[in-house]
Design a protein around this ligand. Structure first.
Ligand SMILES: NC(=O)c1ccc[n+]([C@@H]2O[C@H](COP(=O)([O-])OP(=O)(O)OC[C@H]3O[C@@H](n4cnc5c(N)ncnc54)[C@H](OP(=O)(O)O)[C@@H]3O)[C@@H](O)[C@H]2O)c1
Length: 258
């Protein structure tokens, strides 16, 4: 597994990120969910992504309870727009994740520059929580959107992390073509933002046999610090960890040769 700096955030993450948004599909209980997360951790996946809206924070919390908190980097999200809503959401995330700090908190699913402006109240709550040590890093996800929203979030100095859609064919991307979107990611990467990519396997909407090729495309994207894959079972962990390790070996050889 490759571990790397998450842009200039000061966090170190595993390049394979466990996108835990879908684990309720296969894990009926908190115990089953926590076991899946801990299996991934055993395989070296130290970066975990969730959100208040997924209903999976309690599953991660059950896992966090059983380990040393510093072993994992937890990224979560809130869709709250105003100060009071975000404040309550932060308190809920801390409680559900059984922790006293969030490594990364994202504004969830910013779709337009106007949408970003409308979250200013939420950002006030983020700033307050950061000042008191409840949050380490602030960022946003842009869901499936590109175009002007990317300019807005890249230019925002307080957003240190961007979670964006990216896959081999630009599937699900709304608002602009893939080549232009990849230029946005390059720009964000170059100024030190932490970059995570999602929808790498189009939310599962590609043939099973093609999964490795699409996942490898993600690992080959130099501007992605983290490849967020929505794993839901042990089979996925085995395949994705194997591909992450193979990519880590290739990148090491390339760096040595350079
Ligand atoms: N706006 C946002 O911030 C936002 C939105 C969406 C997702 N996310 C994050 O991104 C994560 C990934 O979600 P996504 O929507 O981007 O989905 P994805 O990773 O593109 O696809 C995940 C789905 O692909 C299928 N799959 C088949 N083989 C797989 C493999 N080897 N590894 C992983 N998945 C495999 C599974 O569906 P089947 O079980 O049906 O086969 C799985 O549920 C989420 O868990 C969440 O953490 C964030």
């Amino acid at each position: 597994m490759e571990y790397l700096a998450y842009g200039k955030t000061g966090l170190e993450i595993s390049r394979l990120c466990f996108g835990a948004g879908r684990i309720r599909n296969t894990c009926d209980t908190l115990e089953a969910g926590s076991k899946l997360m801990l299996k991934a951790l055993d395989e070296g996946v130290t970066f975990w992504d969730t959100a208040e809206g997924y209903g999976t924070q309690p599953h991660l919390g059950e896992a966090v309870r059983q380990i040393d908190r510093e072993e994992v980097v937890i990224q979560t999200k809130t869709g709250a727009k105003d100060y009071e809503g975000a404040k309550a959401s932060i308190a809920r995330s801390l409680q559900e994740l059984q922790t006293d700090y969030l490594d990364v908190l994202l504004l969830h699913g910013i779709s337009t520059p106007e949408d970003l402006v409308s979250r200013e109240g939420a950002l006030d709550a983020f700033r307050e929580a950061k000042a008191t040590g409840k949050i380490r890093v602030i960022g946003c996800s842009t869901h499936t959107y590109t175009g002007p929203v990317m300019d807005a979030v890249i230019d925002h100095p307080e957003l240190e992390v961007i979670l964006a859609t990216a896959n081999k064919e630009g599937r699900m991307l709304e608002g602009g073509p893939l080549d232009k979107h990849l230029e946005y990611l390059q720009r964000a990467y170059d100024i030190g933002k932490g970059i995570s990519i999602m929808k790498v396997v189009v939310a599962g909407d590609i043939p099973e046999a093609d999964m490795p090729e699409w996942i490898e495309w993600g690992f080959n994207l130099e501007t992605a610090h983290a490849i967020n894959l929505g794993m839901t079972d042990y089979r996925h962990i085995t395949l994705d960890v194997g591909l992450a390790r193979a990519s880590a070996r290739r990148r090491l050889i390339q760096r040595k040769a350079a």
